[in-house]
Design a protein. Structure first.
Length: 107
């Protein structure tokens, strides 16, 4: 199965995936339950950890001293994706949202 990468914004300059600029994913209002999505994102399986300072891509403030790569087996995301969902209303794929709503991990 091919894995689907989420939140690997081009501003991170990572070679493993590039979903495009974060600016293309910020919307005025999301049509999903943010806190249910965030719970799911936080409960992903940790696959890698990188001890690198992480800056907010919009305002350049430090948000963490490291980041992790998480997965549910199908989708892969950085652990700071939940920060961007919470603070910037990030548009996520409809298939991912449907998967989360069907999952007991997000309830």
């Amino acid at each position: 199965m091919n894995r689907i990468y989420l939140g690997f914004f081009s501003e991170f300059n990572l070679s493993m995936a590039d979903n495009g600029s974060i600016k293309n994913f910020i919307i005025d209002r999301v049509d999903y339950d943010k806190y249910r999505i965030i719970r799911y994102l936080k409960n992903g399986r940790e696959e890698a950890v990188c001890p690198k300072v992480v800056y907010d891509l919009i305002n350049n403030t430090i948000i963490s001293t490291s980041f992790s790569v998480l997965s549910d087996g199908e989708y892969v995301w950085r652990n700071d994706l939940e920060y961007y969902v919470k603070n910037y209303n990030i548009k996520l794929p409809d298939d991912f949202i449907r998967k989360i709503y069907k999952s007991a991990a997000a309830k």
